[in-house]
Design a protein around this ligand. Structure first.
Ligand SMILES: Nc1ncnc2c1ncn2[C@@H]1O[C@H](COP(=O)(O)OP(=O)(O)O)[C@@H](O)[C@H]1O
Ligand SMILES: [Mg+2]
Length: 594
């Protein structure tokens, strides 16, 4: 997506307008009507002012009465009051509008993220884009509001003022156009400058956020402090911030220089109008009333012109880059598929499966084929990096193969929705989550929105080798598992058991256990795996490990080596075969000799 297309400013508006509009149509229309009325009031003020002036002039030479003057004053006062009311409303409605739309867009964005392919989250470029899209989403609302103001306020205002000036003296209207030109030139320059800035600074920003995390996040900071790496990260972060500030300074300077140059044209236009007005009064081609009225409004006209060029257009173009990212995010492919109940009664099958991670050139898995029968317990073994976890992600349908297919029963995993895929499946991953919530939530979270029949909480705790009555859980199931939130901190081994309980608690016909056992010793792992194999009797169970002592019980063992399936069979068969498995087993034997 970082290489995604850039849309022009108008086309950005066309794309985000319907999305923003539909999130609060009534309020949007109110907003537009109010800003149009605001423009009318602004045009009304000088017109009624000029009127009052003319009536006063006529009063002096006897062609108007005092009641004419009072009437003109009342009209001017009314327009003024109208203007004040509109002004107050106009300050208030955008706040309401932003609140309504931003809430709605945030919900839509979460839904969209849930529908994305999980593979997208492996790609750091994409992650960057999702972060930028998050910003762009908020900016889209401001963008639409400001862009709409151009049509509902600035164009009607300048158009009507131009028309009013033309009725006084046609050449005045032409001068207005002359003042307009710089605004649009400034606009184009800004678009280019700030979209380049955004592209250059987003990766830097992400890096410095990461360094920041290395310094302050609880996960990192113990190690960072112990290693004395604080200064190192801080230096990297400072350097990044300096680069970002540098880029931003240069972009702003460039844009200000353009603006300054263009302002000279504006000032020339201003001087031109003043001269023209002066001579027009002298040769009596406009009245003194009109002269006074134009003089009174012209400063305001320039003020609004400046506001349009530097504030409104400036904000628009600054945000334009991030909104493009939001649009690209909205266009990201979603994992589609049909809703269908998964059926494992025919087992699962991998057919010529290959897989390459995004931005990698060598495949993590190469042409793998096998099938697993219903009720079978299978172990996938191999050295670190041989592709075990990747195979698990494909077997569970989290990722789809780059080539080949995975079938559940007879169904290709690529053809059904993620929620269908996962409905009847449970998994305990290598990098499982440690939720800073209660023990009960940490287990029960796997079965929310599911008809729970994986067993009772007590049951799954017992199977996983712990009890909520253990002293470490000072408050039973209600114990909060984080000191940060007033609870307790657990050991890695305890977390592992909870992760297993969580996996078991979910209703499943297939369950996967991917080495969530790094923090426990080989003997304990063997115990956990044996128990796991027993628990999953009658269900498809896939156990992943690089420690071979734990897998003897499996019905079948698949051996991976550098992404290829090199051997498969029972423990005895593979030992007798004398290949990779036998080699690995021999090298680990001493772990189990106690
Ligand atoms: N998210 C990822 N992005 C890119 N490459 C990855 C990613 N995860 C794993 N790999 C690579 O894929 C290969 C297999 O990794 P993995 O499946 O995690 O192996 P194992 O679980 O057997 O240790 C390794 O070369 C690893 O570097
Ligand atoms: Mg792994």
């Amino acid at each position: 997506m970082s290489k995604g297309k850039k849309q022009g400013a108008l086309s950005v508006f066309r794309t985000v307008f319907p999305i923003v509009f539909h999130s609060a149509p009534g309020t949007y229309i109110a907003l537009e009507i109010v800003s149009f009325l605001h423009a009318l009031a602004f045009v009304g003020l000088p017109i009624f002012f000029q009127r009052l002036f003319s009536v006063a002039e006529h009063l002096v030479n006897g062609s108007a009465t005092i009641s004419n003057v009072i009437f003109a004053i009342s009209l001017l006062a009314l327009v003024n009051i109208f203007w004040q009311v509109i002004n107050a409303t106009e300050n208030f409605i955008p706040i309401v509008y932003e609140e309504k739309t931003k809430g709605k867009l945030a919900r839509d964005m979460q839904d969209k993220i849930a529908r994305l392919s999980p593979l997208d989250f492996e790609d750091t470029g994409k992650l960057d884009d999702i972060n930028k899209a998050e910003q762009g989403k908020n900016n889209a609302v401001d963008y639409v509001i400001r862009f709409s103001w151009i049509f509902s306020f600035y164009i009607p205002y300048f158009g009507l003022m131009g028309w009013y000036f033309a009725t006084l003296k046609p050449i005045l209207a032409v001068l207005i156009l002359l003042i307009f030109t710089p605004s649009f030139l400034a606009y184009i320059a800004r678009i280019q400058i700030f979209s380049k800035l955004e592209d250059k600074s987003a990766p830097l920003r992400r890096e410095s956020e990461y360094y920041q995390a290395c310094i302050v996040d609880r996960e990192y900071f113990k190690e960072t402090r112990l290693l004395g790496a604080y200064g190192y990260f801080e230096k990297l972060r400072q350097e990044n911030i300096r680069l970002i500030n540098d880029l931003s300074f240069k972009a702003n300077l460039k844009s200000k220089l353009y603006e300054a140059g263009l302002k000279i044209i504006t000032v020339l236009g201003y001087v031109g109008i003043l001269l023209l007005l002066f001579y027009s009064v002298l040769d009596r081609s406009i009245s003194v009333g009109a002269f006074a009225s134009i003089l009174a409004t012209i400063t305001y006209l320039f003020f609004l012109m400046d506001e349009l060029a530097s504030q409104i257009v400036g904000d628009l173009t600054k945000n334009w880059g991030t909104i493009n990212n939001y649009i690209n995010f909205l266009n990201l492919n979603e994992r589609g598929g049909v809703e269908q109940k998964t059926d494992f009664s025919n087992g699962i099958e991998a057919r010529n499966v290959s897989f390459t991670y995004p931005a990698k050139t060598t495949p993590a898995l190469k042409n793998i084929s096998f099938s697993i029968k219903p009720g079978e317990t299978v172990a996938i073994v191999g050295e670190n990096g041989s592709g075990k976890s990747t195979l698990i992600k494909l077997l569970t349908g989290i990722y789809l193969p780059s080539q080949g297919e995975v079938y559940f029963g007879g169904t290709n995993t690529g053809t059904i929705t993620k929620s269908s895929l996962f409905a009847n499946m449970s998994a305990i991953f290598q990098k499982f989550q440690q939720y800073k919530m209660t023990l009960e939530e940490n287990i029960g979270i796997s079965a929310t929105g599911q008809r729970q029949d994986g067993g009772s909480l007590d049951g799954v705790c017992q199977l996983s080798g712990f009890s909520p009555g253990d002293p470490v859980f000072s408050n039973g199931y209600e114990t909060v598992l984080s000191r940060e939130f007033g609870g307790v901190d657990l050991s890695g081994g305890a977390w592992q058991r909870i992760a297993i309980a969580r996996g078991l608690y979910r209703t499943h016909e297939m369950i996967v256990l991917d080495e969530p056992t790094a923090a426990i010793d080989p003997i304990e792992e063997t115990r956990v795996y044996h128990q796991f194999a027993q628990i999953s009797q009658g269900k498809i169970a896939v156990i992943v490990t690089h420690r071979l002592g734990s897998v003897r019980l499996a019905d079948r063992i698949f051996v991976l080596k550098q992404g290829e399936l090199v051997e498969s069979g029972t423990h005895e068969e593979l030992l007798n075969y004398g290949g990779e498995y036998a080699r690995l087993y021999k090298s680990q034997e001493q772990w189990y000799m106690r």
